[in-house]
Design a protein around this ligand. Structure first.
Ligand SMILES: C[S@@+](CC[C@H](N)C(=O)[O-])C[C@H]1O[C@@H](n2cnc3c(N)ncnc32)[C@H](O)[C@@H]1O
Length: 159
């Protein structure tokens, strides 16, 4: 997929301003497209519901120290204030309860932690909204996303 649809992850991870020794949550790590952007000296905990996605992520060459854990973003298996920062890419458009997932990220990160989200969401501009809905309708008529992968690119998430 990356051949046709590549979005650079460096700016997302750089926005976390990570320092050596910090521990960061990569929420719904998937196949690990964020992982190469994490700097050396940082510890990353990647969580996802899918073992298979994380098996792909394990193959990635990375500078940071990465561990993986199966965990539901809506019920994260970590105590409060466990992480110095968190990142999540293209997850809120697929997850059943994005508000709950964001609340969980807030719970497990320390007060004042930076949280970086890269995702599709509904534009606040009504003109752009019309185009988003048109594209969303036509792509579902073309069979994407498939029955297996549910992706809503026009979600308005208030938190
Ligand atoms: C579109 S992929 C994005 C993966 C990766 N973050 C990226 O940027 O490429 C969405 C991922 O969310 C995971 N996922 C969906 N619902 C989840 C949940 N409730 N808890 C944890 N992971 C979930 C899926 O298994 C999948 O790996």
């Amino acid at each position: 997929m990356e051949r046709y649809w590549h979005i650079e992850r460096q700016p997302l991870i750089a926005s976390l301003q990570l320092k050596p020794g910090q521990i960061v949550l990569d929420a719904a790590v998937g196949t690990g497209l964020n992982l190469s952007a994490y700097p050396e000296g940082v510890s990353v905990v990647g969580v996802d519901l899918s073992h298979k996605m994380m098996d792909e992520a394990r193959k990635k060459r990375v500078a940071a120290d990465i561990t993986f854990k199966v965990s539901d973003m809506c019920n994260l298996d970590f105590p409060d204030n466990s992480f110095d920062a968190a990142a999540s890419g293209f997850t809120l458009c697929v997850i059943n309860d994005p508000v709950r997932a964001l609340a969980e990220i807030l719970r497990v990160t320390k007060p004042g932690a930076l949280i970086a989200i890269l995702d599709y969401c509904k534009s606040q501009d009504p003109e752009i909204q019309k185009w988003q809905e048109l594209i969303s309708d036509s792509s579902s008529q073309l069979g994407f996303p498939t029955g297996k992968s549910k992706c809503d690119r026009t979600r308005a998430i208030s938190f």
